[in-house]
Structure formats: C-alpha cells, structure tokens
Design a protein around this ligand. Sequence first.
Ligand SMILES: *[C@@H]1O[C@H](CO)[C@@H](O)[C@H](O)[C@H]1NC(C)=O
Ligand SMILES: *[C@@H]1O[C@H](CO)[C@@H](O)[C@H](O)[C@H]1NC(C)=O
Length: 245
Amino acid sequence: MEQSYKTPHVYSVDGNPSFSQYPIRPSCPVLVPTLKKQNTDRIKACVILILILALIILVLLACGIFFIFNLRSQIEKITQKQIKEAEGQHAKFTGHKQPIKPSENIREAAHLTGKSSAANTLLWDDTKDIAFTRGVRYKDGGLIINETGLFFIYSKIYFRNLICVKDLELEQTLFVRTSRYPKDMILMETKKNKYCVVKDTVWYINSYQAGIFKLHNGDHIYVNVSNTNLVSFDQTKTFFGLYKL
Ligand SMILES: *[C@@H]1O[C@H](CO)[C@@H](O)[C@H](O)[C@H]1NC(C)=O
Ligand SMILES: *[C@@H]1O[C@H](CO)[C@@H](O)[C@H](O)[C@H]1NC(C)=O
C-alpha cells in the first residue's frame, strides 16, 4: 500500500511534459569538445615538460659522471705522487734507490793440471785438455785473482815412488802472495807420513785440501810441495783450481 502511494507521488511531481526537455541539457554537448581540446593540450604540455625535465636530469647525470671521473683521476694522480714520494723517502732511509740486480759478470773459475815444477813451487797447464781459466789469469805457477770476494779453492797432489823411504814427510802448502802483506800467507797445509812401511815397494798417496777464503784483487795463489820429484804430473791425478762464490 505504501509503495503504490509513493510511486504516484513521484510521477505527480514530474508530471509536466516540459520538464523532460530541460534547458540545461543542450548546453552540455557544446562544452565537451573544448574541454577535450584543453585536456590534450595539457597532456602535450605535460609530455614536453617531462621530456625537458628528463633531458635536464640526463645532462645533470652526465655532468655528475664527468665530475666523478675527473675527481677519481685526480685522486689517482695524487696517490701515485704520494707513493712515489714515500718510496723516495724509503730509498733515502734504507740507502739504496733500486733493487740490486744480480751481477751479470762471469764468475771467476779455473782448473789447472799438473805440468812441472820450479824449485818447490808447482807449475800448471792452464789451457791443455781439461785445464781452463775464466776471469782469472795464470802466470808462473800462480793464479791471479781479478775481483775481491769469497773463493772456494782446492788442490790435489798425487805422490808416488818405486821405493819407500821411511819417515819421509810429504807436504803440500797452498799460499797467497799479496802486496798487502810482505810474506807468503799460508791458506792450507797438508802433511803425509807413514804412507809406506816396507822398504823397496811401490807406493802412492793422494794429498787433497780445500777451503773457502776471502781473496783480493791482485792476489797470487800458489802451491808448494816438499818433494816435487815424487809428484805425478798426470792431469787427472794432480790438479789445482778455484771458483768464486
Ligand atoms: C814456496 O816455494 C818457493 C820456492 O819455489 C819459496 O821461495 C817460498 O818461500 C815457498 N813458500 C812457502 C809459503 O812455502
Ligand atoms: C778482470 O776484470 C775486468 C773488469 O773488472 C775485466 O775487464 C777483465 O777482462 C778481467 N780479466 C780477466 C782475465 O778476465
């Protein structure tokens, strides 16, 4: 009952047919196109603005990147300079500028073989067969040192005889003759005794000595032997040599 009452009430209000053609309605279609045009213009403006902003941001970014790179290279330059300065100071402090390169000089060495003797001093072959000298000179039984340093020196003397002379002492002495000292300086000395017991029998004995010594430029090294007549001058049995450490 209430619904049926309400509906006629509404119709009674809009009962006038002139109401359906209200004058406000026609004005709307005129307004819509201008609004649309304005909207597209605004969108265009917005897009342009955004593009300009994006461009500005890109330019700023590029500037920033350039600035950072510049700063980095400058920092690197400064660090390298500081490192160089620190190295320089370190070198000054420690006393050497650059790492010491290994010497490219040829190491002095020599192997001399038995040849003969002059009085008690043995004479040697320095070029024959296995004999050689490198960086040192041989002259009149002596090896002449060319460069100061540590040297390993060795000498082997082969004594032999057909008869045994009892209690005959066999001696070899390795010595240096130098301008720094008035007398011969003995470096090594070897004595052999009781190498034979029975009279009139063949005997042989090796006398070997070796050591490390500091030698100076210009030093002469010789080997003296007590009984040169008992020395075998076979190149593989009696020899004398050295090499620089
Ligand atoms: C070595 O022998 C020579 C003779 O040939 C002699 O003049 C010299 O004093 C000797 N030196 C040593 C250290 O025995
Ligand atoms: C001795 O050393 C010098 C350089 O110090 C060199 O020129 C010379 O050839 C050397 N002598 C020998 C015999 O090797």
